[in-house]
Design a protein around this ligand. Structure first.
Ligand code: F6R
Length: 262
């Protein structure tokens, strides 16, 4: 794991955006895994800026989103289809046929999930996956005790996640769907690079447990300790509970030139 601590969410997100942009420039047909929620918003704004001002070209990029709520149609304001269209896709030159998001309205959910996995494999696998983290340590919607071998499937959200996400549903927990379709932890671990972003004090405990705690399914993101190329972008608040933060800063500040990428 590489731990990158920046002063604030903007600096952390811009550093992550540079890694994404570098991949797209090196490999114009890159396959990206994408997240929703508050965390990646600054990253997406920076990618939009790079598209407009620096010609970052998404015309051959393919994307797969991590998850979607069950029961929300694509045009629902809180669906992740809507979120991605509004916050990224409609501002860049990505081809609609290259965009993939699990179908929360699917009639045959197991078949839809199996097809999603096949589509990822068919695209050559995910080159770079963007992740946020839940305050309970979830990645995607792989809640605590999710199997590390899991693939795309239906999951039930924890009460904590329902409460956390109520802010997007007028603060009304009863409006938050209780089920979602999510890539599995096995799916996420197959991505060649994983970028996990976490900002704000609400994430500090989950971040400390993920980076410095035992690898355990009760803290799903901790599996990233076993990923060969996981980069964790933090602001000061999210890094506040790390015991070895001085060491992570030292490592980052002393990276050899050839390793500089963020
Ligand atoms: C969203 C997702 C979730 C979020 C997590 C953090 O696609 O997969 O794991 O990344 O719930 O959400 P925010 O960023 O809203 O704090």
């Amino acid at each position: 794991m590489e731990i990158i601590i920046k002063q604030n969410a903007t600096e952390g997100s811009h550093a992550a955006a540079r890694v994404v942009a570098r991949l797209i420039r090196e490999k114009p047909d890159a396959v990206l895994g994408l997240a929703t929620g508050s965390t990646p918003l600054i990253l997406y704004n920076e990618l939009i800026r790079m598209h407009r001002k620096e010609g970052l070209d998404f015309s051959r990029v393919t994307t797969f989103n991590l998850d979607e709520y069950v029961g929300l149609p694509a045009d629902h304001e809180q669906s992740y289809h809507h979120f991605m269209r509004e916050n990224l896709f409609r501002h860049i030159n990505i081809r609609p046929e290259n965009v993939h998001i699990p179908d929360g309205m699917a009639e045959d959910i197991p078949a839809c999930c199996a097809k999603y996995e096949q589509a990822i494999t068919g695209a050559g696998g995910i080159g770079l996956q963007v992740l946020g983290i839940g305050s309970d340590g979830h990645v995607g919607f792989n809640e605590p005790t999710s199997s590390f071998a899991s693939r795309t499937r239906i999951k039930t959200l924890t009460r904590q996640t329902v409460a956390d996400n109520a802010r997007f549903f007028d603060g009304d927990e009863s409006k938050v769907p209780h089920h979602c379709l999510t890539m599995g932890i096995g799916t996420i671990m197959d991505a060649r690079i994983n970028l996990l972003l976490a900002f704000g004090e609400d994430k500090a405990e989950a971040v400390a447990a993920t980076v410095e705690g035992p690898v355990a399914s009760v803290m799903p993101a901790s599996i990233l300790q076993h990923h060969p190329a996981a980069k964790i972008f933090l602001d000061e608040a999210a890094a506040a509970k790390l015991k070895l933060s001085d060491y992570y800063r030292w490592v980052y500040d002393n990276k050899p030139d050839w390793q500089q990428d963020a």
